[in-house]
Design a protein around this ligand. Sequence first.
Ligand code: FAD
Length: 394
Amino acid sequence: MRTQVGIIGAGPAGLVLARLLHAAGIETVVIEARDRSYVEGRQRAGILEHGTADILRAAGAGERMDREGHRHDGIELRFDRRRHRVDFPSLTGGRSVMVYAQTEVCKDLIALRLRDGGPLLFGAEALAVEGADTGRPRVRYRHEGRERTLECAYVAGCDGFWGVARAAVPAALSRTYERAYPYGWLGVLADAPPSHDELVYARHDRGFALLSHRSPTVSRLYLQVPADTDPAAWGDTQIWDELERRCATEGGGRLTRGPLTAKSVTPLRSYVHEPMRYGRLFLAGDAAHIVPPTGAKGLNLAVGDVATLARALVAHARTGDTALLDAYSATCLRRVWQAERFSNALTALLHRHPDATPFDDRLQLAQLDRVATSRPARADLAEAYTGRPLDGVL
Ligand SMILES: Cc1cc2nc3c(=O)[nH]c(=O)nc-3n(C[C@H](O)[C@H](O)[C@H](O)COP(=O)(O)OP(=O)(O)OC[C@H]3O[C@@H](n4cnc5c(N)ncnc54)[C@H](O)[C@@H]3O)c2cc1C
């Protein structure tokens, strides 16, 4: 098989790229290792930056998001049994975020892709990217029990952290930067209406907690736990009690409880692979970088990368100019490192390190108090959380 842009992976990065290129008349083939129901059901992110929502709208994938998603104009910080709201629009010149689950983003994009008639092969596992530094790169993949080859002008490695595309960059040219955190998130889905209108980020001596939601009837809740925690070791009542304890405020109410329908532990990791381009292979999203989920940046970075890549590929197709393709890696990495900085800082601000001393605890509380009481500190948080504009991409 032959195409202009071979896309490995039908996560948010691969699906948005396929959609943007289709709209510009550029032919693509998307190959995805898993089946459709797995990709559509995988519980992950839920916060879309202002610019991400704009890109989805521009891609024609914003209709259901605007109907069923929830615009959030702030978050609540809780520490020392007190509540502090960070109001986004007043601190950022009108920006906000959209609460709309990654599962729904993927469902919308898959439906559009299939309606567009563009090839999207489920159960097609890429084995390797070959000839990335030649004029005719290829993706070797397995589909329906047979090994096949996809010949492309360009390959987009959108295959997530565990994919194969990154391995095509020679080790001598690769630089990786990594941090593993000594804690993870126990994440649960609950058939329970949200206890609070906005997301609640709580710092407690027993660890971090986050109250989030997926819809008016489904809550998404997280607890900081040691990285090697077995989710089965936590009973449902124990989880609700712990969430309530960590989020408690003076005179504060109880959480609305309900049955837990999913439970998993995600380790927290920061990771960047440089460069994000090798020859005709472009890495995008989790294939190139990972952030701890505290700043809600993973999905947003993935969409930012492919919007940048789509613009560069379209410019090249229309004018033959390779300037934007040549700048792709450096353009994305500037934004990636800002997200790494913010995600790491917010993680350190809100989580309790297992080796924290009483001095560390007081410093952490002083830092939180500064965010609560200083407008510039709150504005800095609000600007990073809602995301910087993707200049020139739309
Ligand atoms: C458990 C978990 C929870 C998360 N929670 C949050 C959160 O709360 N907030 C947040 O912002 N971010 C969160 N993230 C991160 C966010 O979901 C990711 O940043 C986002 O999914 C990145 O999109 P992507 O398209 O780059 O990669 P992915 O979504 O990982 O998509 C990659 C796709 O490639 C496919 N693939 C892999 N290998 C191959 C292969 N060899 N051949 C073909 N296809 C392949 C995979 O099946 C997958 O469909 C979470 C991630 C995880 C793992």
